[in-house]
Design a binder for this molecule. Structure first.
Ligand code: ZN
Length: 121
């Protein structure tokens, strides 16, 4: 029954690889690279881990978003948009929804290296 044992071993190995893969997907260090996209165009790509504190002003048709990077975190500090959703969303968290400012067509999100190809349009 040598082949049966081998088969079981193969199954266990595949199973373990599956678990490891799932854990990797869930717990892998999400890139700390953040992308500021406006109207479909990437304006800034920022590596939060290595970024100094700074303020970035983004303007869209006269409406402004003031984005602040502080202690390797990013958030919208002030905005001219009527709904202020982007300000209320607070800081960007990995795994959570991106910060979106619909009126200003602004998105602040973490980028993941492996979907760069998928985003080429
Ligand atoms: Zn907004």
């Amino acid at each position: 029954m040598k082949s049966k044992k081998l088969w079981i071993t193969v199954c266990i190995v595949i199973f373990l690889i599956g678990i490891a893969g799932s854990l990797w997907v869930i717990f892998r260090p999400h890139g700390q690279t953040v992308r500021i996209v406006q109207n479909g165009k990437t304006l800034y790509t920022i590596d939060l881990d290595h970024s100094a504190d700074r303020t970035i002003e983004v303007e869209y048709q006269g409406s402004k978003n003031i984005i602040e990077i502080k202690n390797h975190r990013i958030y919208v500090k002030e905005a001219d948009c009527p709904d202020q959703t982007c300000v209320k969303m607070g800081e960007l968290k990995s795994g959570a929804a991106p910060i979106v400012c619909l009126p200003n067509k602004l998105i602040i999100e973490f980028t993941e290296d492996d979907d760069i190809d998928a985003e080429v349009k």
